[in-house]
Design a protein around this ligand. Sequence first.
Ligand code: FE2
Length: 365
Amino acid sequence: MTDDFMPIDGWDHVELWVGNAKQAAYYYEHAFGFRRTAYAGPETGLRDRASYVLEQNDIRLVVTSALHPDHKVGDHANKHGDGVKDIALRVPDAAEAYRQAIARGATGVHEPATVEDDFGTVELATIATYGDVVHTFVGRNGYEGAYLPGYVALESVNGIDKGVGLLAIDHIVGNVELGHMEQWVSFYEQVFGMTEMIHFSDDDISTEYSALMSKVMTNGNGKIKFPINEPAEGKRKSQIDEYLEFNHGPGAQHIALQSSNIVKTVETLQQRGVLFLTTPDAYYEETPERVGEIEESWSDLRRLKILADRDDDGYLLQIFTKTAQDRPTLFFEVIERHGARGFGDGNFKALFEAIEREQALRGNL
Ligand code: FE2
């Protein structure tokens, strides 16, 4: 066991750069059950953008949009559509994390800087990853403000303060171009000291039409998991190809959020209008035998179209939303783990067939 040169305490936040942050914030609040906790914009002295901080248990999303043309936030949303800009990681020492990352070959975006207000200080430093996505290292030891200096804390807005049972980020998946998966696997190995916990070949993950390859990178304490996908040759366009086309390059494909009661969470999300991928009833005819005994009722899973899978350590339940914007790019996953450490590879075929039905409807298959 070598020294952990890049200790990571956990996820800090995920920032989405979007066309209209005010409306995106409303969507994540009212549909996904997030609570609006902090804000920065013209009213707080920020002249060029507006950012809303949304929290649910240990999950923190930030949505940001530009207030002027020719602005990097607006340009990003114009090029990629609404999507993930920053997968920010909480670290004990942001300057040291940055120094280590640069020494190991990462590209710097923002050098370490300390920001402060009456609630304390936060240290930030940012490096580039795939596409236009970045990782900000956040050192917020002892900071007692709502989010970051410059933001004002908000009390509950519109009485929406009951979450839907989403607890924490489980993993965030990146899609990269054909032939580039290994390069990004090496990046997370070298720069972050991560290790490969699992991989799937195109034999594991293929349907009649599309295939992909995937490797999952994880850090020392196992809290951060980054699956990296690349397309593989299929009979028609892979779902990863479709993503790359509409995102205009690599980017974050989905954010998986943990629940400890997925039946209740998904039921509530559906009531609030969140749309999920459907799964054929035929899937539920073979699944109980494949997965074995579970605590939940199969009729609930079938009614809500929740998928189930089992590995050596236990089982997991998961479901995928439709894409969160018009472009077929970013979507969300809800996952409940009962011991299983995998990603539902036994489900991939059923899942991809479901995704391809959507892709065919858009005329892209
Ligand atoms: Fe996932």
